[in-house]
Design a protein around this ligand. Structure first.
Ligand code: SAM
Length: 218
């Protein structure tokens, strides 16, 4: 026994899913259809989706801003955890990927609540700021080199007391591999370091999925 975060073997991971996952059928089908595509690894894991649902409930989120929607798993998970009057704004650049998201949103009856904006996310975030929009909950899960910019925009768009979730902050372990010096890895390292010193937020890096940082706006 050790107080450090436990390592996750395949068997232990299977056990975790077996005793805690409550994935609705519609999300399971979306996950399985995405698994057939190239780029499937971009999708969040089901236990992370469920964790984000719990965070949406805990924060009482009625508005959600997502940067990086892909085939829709994270947005649909959060939509299903929000009250019926909840509003979601989803940013992506891909009509192709999000066509699948639209299909599953329709099937789950949440399409009316979701404003999908196809454009570079920094443009959409600037437009939302100009519209004076405010959100309770935000998820950053797109191009890694822009994480710091998405986070800065998020600090203006998420209300005080709201929560910003940032995905892939452990980047498959590359963050500690000195042989990995590509732009994405360097950007995530720099982002993580800067956030540790950022007094504008309360912080926790949760080792779920590929690492999920939670930053509560002070
Ligand atoms: C890791 S995936 C998102 C996964 C998604 N959250 C899920 O649960 O399945 C990243 C997405 O970001 C999108 N993306 C990449 N660069 C972008 C940009 N500059 N602006 C908006 N979206 C971008 C990609 O098209 C892709 O769909």
């Amino acid at each position: 026994m050790s107080p450090r975060t436990i390592g996750m073997s395949e068997d232990l991971y299977d056990y975790l899913l077996k005793v805690s996952l409550r994935e609705p059928q519609v999300l399971e089908r979306l996950r399985k259809e995405t698994a057939e595509m190239s780029g499937a690894a971009m999708q969040i894991s089901p236990e992370q989706g469920q964790f984000m649902q719990l965070l949406a409930e805990l924060t009482g989120a009625r508005s959600y801003l997502e940067v990086g929607t892909f085939t829709g798993y994270s947005s649909l998970a959060v939509a299903l955890a929000m009250p019926a009057e909840g509003e979601l704004v989803c940013c992506d650049v891909s009509e192709d990927y999000t066509a699948m998201a639209r299909r599953y949103w329709e099937e789950a009856g949440v399409t009316e609540r979701i404003d999908l904006r196809i454009a570079p996310a920094l443009d959409t975030l600037a437009a939302l700021e100009a519209e004076k929009r405010q959100f309770d909950l935000m998820f950053i899960d797109a191009d890694k080199e822009a994480y710091a910019d998405y986070f800065e925009a998020g600090l203006k768009l998420v209300r005080s007391g709201g929560l910003i979730m940032v995905d892939n902050v452990l980047w498959g372990g590359s963050v500690i591999d000195s042989g990995k010096q590509d732009g994405d890895t360097k950007a995530i390292r720099a982002f993580n370091l800067a956030l540790q010193a950022d007094e504008r937020v309360s912080l926790s890096l949760v080792p779920i999925g590929d690492g999920l940082t939670l930053a509560r706006v002070r």
